[in-house]
Design a protein around this ligand. Structure first.
Ligand code: CU
Length: 129
């Protein structure tokens, strides 16, 4: 069986199939929903994940939102925050049924907002440990 197993691995390798080791296993995906009633909010507002995990935001409603991890925006009521060395990122405008996913590869606390409703408190936090 050992020979057979090796032959199989070699065959898959020759086909370009990558056999992931447990250390390289994909992270999990955590969902955040943009809700509008009675006011616009991210649910849940605080997400705790591990390095390599993905957060997926979904906008099921008709109100346009954004997921904005961009600090020091002059028009923003709320300031985003990123761990040192992490580049800002933004979903752009998310219309009804839009989704936006981001995989977090650096530990730290990330604060973000919706650029349309931050003044109303539509803000969130992602803690990556
Ligand atoms: Cu919004």
């Amino acid at each position: 069986m050992k020979i057979h197993r090796r032959a199989c691995i070699e065959m898959f390798a020759s086909l370009g199939v990558i056999v992931a080791s447990p250390a390289l296993a994909e992270g999990k995906t955590v969902e955040v929903v943009m809700k509008n009633n009675p006011k616009s909010v991210f649910v849940p507002a605080i997400v705790n994940i591990s390095v390599g995990d993905t957060v997926k935001w979904t906008n099921p409603g008709v109100i346009t939102h954004s997921v904005t991890f961009v600090p020091a925006q002059p028009t923003a009521a709320f300031d985003a925050a990123l761990p040192v060395g992490v580049a800002p990122f933004d979903s752009g405008n998310m219309e009804e049924d839009a989704t936006f996913s981001h995989t977090f590869t650096v530990k730290g606390t990330y604060k973000y907002f919706c650029k349309f409703h931050d003044a109303m408190g539509m803000v969130g936090t992602v803690v990556v440990s």
